[in-house]
Design a protein around this ligand. Structure first.
Ligand code: CA
Length: 224
């Protein structure tokens, strides 16, 4: 099921959207202000965000910018202000579409489906490369040079995180959150175990190590 995060301070509108979208089969989460919305998007990344522009505290445009800086999640902006400069600012902030209030629910639903389809086809063609390591995220296939590497589901998910953020340190907390979806606490060695599995499989043909340990912090995908 696809998850939609609604960031909207007007509880009536938020409740109305929640009911409608739930009936359409989406999992809906509501945040009543920008900071709560950003935290919700970090903790449990949604497939799409519906974002009201006029929010208390952190402004909707700023929320859109921060969401976009952190991920490729589709963002549909709701705005009561039917002014061209606002629309332009909305799209420049990284939003994918906007809708002027008041709008018909069916119209929002149609826009949501367009964005989700677009996102899906973008994901399907996603082939990620680093050096001679190639992963096809649609087929979940991994090759290193000419060699096909068979991974378990968790090993694959861990590798995909590294491939999506090459040459970037991934902290243990971020890896737990993105691959296992919850906090194991500081004591678990599950990441170490899975990194060891991954290295064994990726280096089985004598290939150089690509997943490096950053002591006390986490791991990074890069050449030694
Ligand atoms: Ca509002």
């Amino acid at each position: 099921m696809q998850r939609i995060l609604i960031i909207e301070d007007e509880t009536e509108i938020a409740g109305y959207l929640r009911r409608g979208l739930t009936l359409e089969g989406f999992i809906v989460e509501i945040a009543n202000d920008g900071n709560t919305g950003l935290a919700a998007a970090r903790e449990n990344p949604p497939d799409l965000v519906v974002l009201d522009l006029m929010l208390p505290g952190l402004d909707g445009l700023e929320v859109a910018r921060r969401l976009r800086a952190a991920s490729e999640v589709p963002i549909i902006i709701l705005t009561a202000r039917d002014a061209v400069p606002d629309r332009v600012a909305g799209l420049e902030s990284g939003a994918d579409d906007y809708l002027v209030k008041p709008f018909a629910f069916e119209e929002l639903l149609a826009r949501i489906r367009v964005q989700l389809r677009r996102r899906q086809s973008a994901q399907q063609s996603d082939v990620l490369r680093y050096n001679n390591l190639i992963i096809d995220t649609a087929a979940r296939e991994v090759r290193i040079g000419d060699r096909r590497v068979d991974l378990t589901a968790k090993e694959y998910e861990l590798l995909e995180q590294f491939m999506r953020h090459p040459q970037q340190v991934l902290t243990r907390e971020v890896i737990y959150d993105r691959v296992w979806g919850y906090d194991f606490g500081g004591e678990s060695n599950i990441i170490e175990v899975y990194v060891r599995y991954l290295r064994q499989k990726l280096e089985a043909g004598g290939e150089p190590r690509l997943i490096q340990t950053v002591r006390g912090v986490g791991y990074i995908l890069r050449e030694e």
